[in-house]
Design a protein around this ligand. Structure first.
Ligand code: SF4
Length: 572
């Protein structure tokens, strides 16, 4: 069942009034890959009446008022992507297309959508029920952060948007608690995973137990204080060890309660049992197809979280560094359901997660006592306590292949090659399995660079493991009688990267990888990553040493061109 999005559907269901209205910057796609659909469906399962307003017209009251006013709260999200990332390229040019908008034209998602939608609600409903911010834009902008698009530090989005609460990270548990609390007339300020604003008096209860981040005014003035702030913020993100945080903004305080507990496997499985339509809502479908559906409609998410901790990626902050995976039964049951879908043609386009091969194993120390404070699981080498084992993934892929109605199963999510190589028992069997059965001509891997100094700043493994992986991939492909190749995802203009580094990368790609790379992205400093911290401060945040940062758009583009241009010759 789709969540209602029109007055006609509300009347048909007799849902007057709704308990919760979710407002989103994406079209309404009913899929387990779309946060609005997951949160909405979970709330309905718990007995609440939930409606969705997707991509409302911000210049009229027509869309935002069409479902009335909710009884409990409004949920506001910019959608699956930060609206500034969705609307602008790494060189700050307006994007023409949007994969989450009907017809693919980028004309429905406003800049800073979370703020704009919250204002839209406030303009049309005065006063109204609490407005709760969520999704990746709100989550990663919940404390003071660097905003690349205005090239300055901004305070918490909760202040800018004038929202009442903000739920950060994967918010299923927190949103259910919040709904219960508001329904029962309780006080939500104790809910884990929730941020709110208060004054000096309201902070009293937390002064002893929560950690104070340097104030917004301080970090806006002092880059070293901003680095201190970010370390504290980053380290207090694990539900097993994190303390609550607070940060002064002018006369007010942003309070961040400790994160919500990770979902158990049973809870995760329950989400994927919900009856997702795996389609765009007909109301929006009539406006045009969304491109995102092509990749997510028949894909399977096997796990959440990532301990890769690439410095340019926000997944560690948003989803956490502990991988939680679904049971094989749950994934197989979902795969079987896919075969009954009227649009299914036999191909499952992806079996994966933030990183494909993190399914089915974790560090027992981390599961009991939380992530290490000053050590990373994969960098500079794979931690010996990680217990890497690809056996469960091999079994899972084999079982999915055996399901009646499934013709092909692909692994399209990126594979961490260092993890494969570090698994002495089953790493090679896994690679062989994937190469023989799950690659559609090309396998994506993301070395991102090849120069040690840049890789170090990115937190990525070195090129020796990349070469070893390539040799194995080529050998297994040959043995399987398949002509297939690796596609390398690379980044230009990452902090620390110079033209010479890109020339060296080009040389390595030509001579050792034997490719002319095409998948080269210019680095975008998205909110709340270590790489964005480097971009803004021009310092290595771990050593405080100055680093070169390319900030001039034309020269950033040149870095990319060095690698992508076929005619760019590298002298050997
Ligand atoms: S012990 Fe190793 S694998 Fe476990 S959390 Fe620490 S760094 Fe990660």
């Amino acid at each position: 069942m789709f969540l209602p999005t029109t007055r006609i559907e509300l009347d048909r269901l007799g849902w007057h009034p709704l308990d919760v209205i979710l407002v989103t910057g994406d079209s309404y796609i009913d899929s387990p890959f779309i946060g609005t659909a997951v949160i909405g469906k979970l709330l309905v399962e718990a007995g609440y009446r939930v409606g969705v307003i997707a991509q409302p017209d911000i210049h009229s009251e027509q869309d935002i008022t069409r479902l009335g006013e909710p009884r409990l709260f409004w949920g506001v999200t910019a959608g699956s992507v930060d609206s500034m990332v969705a609307n602008y390229t790494a060189l700050k040019k307006k994007r023409k297309s949007d994969d989450y908008t009907p017809g693919g034209v980028n004309n429905r998602r406003p800049d800073r959508a979370t703020i704009v939608y919250t204002n839209l609600i406030r303009r049309n409903f005065k006063p109204t029920r609490p407005i709760v911010l969520g999704g990746i834009e709100a989550s990663l902008r919940r404390v003071a952060h660097y905003d690349f698009w205005s090239d300055r530090l901004r305070g918490s989005i909760l202040l800018d948007a004038k929202g009442d609460y903000l739920l950060y990270g994967m918010a299923e548990k927190a949103v259910l608690e919040l709904a219960t609390c508001l329904r029962d007339g309780g006080e939500p300020r104790q809910i884990a995973g929730l941020c709110y604003l208060t004054n000096e008096a309201g902070l009293a209860e937390h002064r002893e137990t929560y950690l104070e981040l340097p104030s917004y005014e301080t970090v806006a003035q002092d880059k070293n204080a901003f680095i201190d702030m970010f370390h504290l913020f980053y380290q207090n993100n694990d539900p097993l060890t994190a303390r609550g945080l607070y940060q002064k903004h002018g006369m007010r305080y942003l309070v961040q309660n400790p994160p919500a507990a990770h979902l158990t496997q049973a809870e995760l499985d329950a989400i994927y049992r919900l009856d997702f339509e795996r389609r765009q809502h007909p109301y929006y479908e009539s406006l045009g197809r969304v491109r995102a559906l092509e990749t997510i409609q028949f894909s399977l998410a096997t796990h959440r979280g990532c301990y890769g901790e690439c410095n340019f990626c926000a997944i560690a902050v948003h989803e956490g560094r502990t991988v939680r995976w679904r049971s094989q039964e749950s994934i197989l049951e979902e795969a079987s359901r896919l075969t009954q879908h009227p649009d299914f043609k036999g191909n499952i386009l992806d079996v994966g997660g933030p990183t494909a091969n993190m399914y089915g194993f974790e560090c027992s120390k981390k599961l009991k006592r939380g992530v290490c404070r000053n050590k990373r699981c994969l960098y500079p080498q794979v931690c010996s306590l990680l217990e890497v084992d690809h056996q469960q993934q091999i079994e899972l892929l084999r079982s999915i292949r055996r399901i009646k109605g499934v013709k092909k199963v692909f692994v399209a999510s990126g594979i961490r090659h260092d993890l494969v190589l570090s698994d002495r028992s089953n790493g090679l069997s896994y690679l062989q399995e994937v190469v023989e059965h799950h690659v559609s001509g090309q396998m994506k891997i993301a070395p991102e660079h090849t120069e040690e100094r840049v890789l170090h700043l990115m937190g990525k493994p070195g090129k020796a493991s990349l070469l070893e992986f390539k040799q194995l991939f080529d050998r297994f492909s040959l043995q399987a009688g398949k002509s297939q190749f690796l596609t390398y995802y690379l980044i230009a203009a990452h902090p620390g990267c110079t033209n010479q580094d890109m020339i060296n990368l080009k040389r390595f790609a030509s001579q050792k990888l034997r490719v002319n790379p095409e998948q080269v992205q210019i680095f975008t400093p998205t909110p709340s990553t270590y790489s964005s911290l480097m971009y803004y401060t021009e310092m290595d945040p771990f050593t405080r040493q100055p680093i070169f940062v390319e900030k001039e758009p034309k020269r950033k583009e040149h870095q990319k061109t060095i690698v992508t241009q076929k005619s760019f010759t590298v002298k050997t």
